[in-house]
Design a protein around this ligand. Structure first.
Ligand SMILES: CC(C)(COP(=O)(O)OP(=O)(O)OC[C@H]1O[C@@H](n2cnc3c(N)ncnc32)[C@H](O)[C@@H]1OP(=O)(O)O)[C@@H](O)C(=O)NCCC(=O)NCCS
Length: 205
């Protein structure tokens, strides 16, 4: 589809976040969410029919979402959409939410994009949405995701032992929590790279 303007909602050194767009993104999300390598350590890990994925994308893309803020993760170079990140289950009284992230384009794993995207997401959650605390979890063998939690300032709050079954055996779930002030310290340390001037705010392909 041509002539669709895609905004850059939050921009980092190499990536940006923009709203998910059902017109352009559903098919990619559908393929990613049916790739067993991508979904290996996700809660949504069985096959997902196209209508179910389409309805998920349409739902998170609704105007003025109240309980979730979900974004497409895009590389600034060539505007390549490589994944999704989001804050879910927002409670406006407690000012809490639950973070989640998926880089579906496997060829882009291990380039630092996961860390950059989560930093952008958290900055938005704390300073844009005024949340106070973000909860999260990851399967213990998901080394990359657990490392992103550590690098972004989350603290391990405990483990649910042998919580999930994958690939023939049970695995621990690592429970993470992050307070705004802990993330603010991490953000300060990385501020120079995140606050470079960004030239373009919207592009027309
Ligand atoms: C987990 C995931 C988001 C990591 O994204 P990524 O862009 O590859 O991660 P980064 O390149 O930013 O790496 C962050 C850190 O984790 C490390 N890391 C990433 N993947 C790793 C792996 N497979 N093994 C060991 N270390 C890994 C990196 O070396 C880096 O640490 P460092 O800065 O100390 O060197 C990505 O693999 C993914 O989307 N997987 C499928 C979905 C998923 O598991 N989502 C998370 C559910 S909780």
């Amino acid at each position: 589809m041509t002539n669709i303007i895609q905004p850059q909602f939050r921009t980092g050194p190499r990536c940006y976040l923009r709203p998910l767009d059902p017109r352009t993104d559903t098919e990619r999300c559908y393929l990613w969410m049916n790739d067993p390598e991508v979904t290996r350590w996700l809660l949504r890990h069985t096959h997902i029919p196209y209508p179910a994925e389409a309805s998920w994308v349409a739902d998170v893309a609704k105007e003025r979402p109240t309980t979730h803020h979900v974004f497409a993760l895009v590389l600034r170079e060539h505007d390549t959409h490589i994944g999704t990140v989001g804050v879910h289950d927002i409670d406006w009284l407690d000012r809490t939410g639950t973070s989640g992230w998926v880089i579906g384009a496997k060829e882009h794993w291990r380039n630092g994009y996961g860390f950059e995207a989560v930093m952008l997401l958290l900055r938005y959650a704390f300073t844009g949405l005024n949340l106070r605390k973000i909860n999260s979890s990851a399967f213990a063998p998901n080394v990359g995701s657990n490392r992103i939690h550590e690098k972004c300032g989350y603290h391990e709050a405990g483990r649910r032992r042998l919580q999930f079954f994958r690939d023939g055996s049970y695995h621990d779930e690592v429970i993470w929590e992050l307070f705004a002030e802990d993330h603010a310290r991490v953000w300060e340390a990385h501020r120079p790279q995140f606050e470079q001037p960004h030239i373009d705010c919207a592009r027309e392909p």
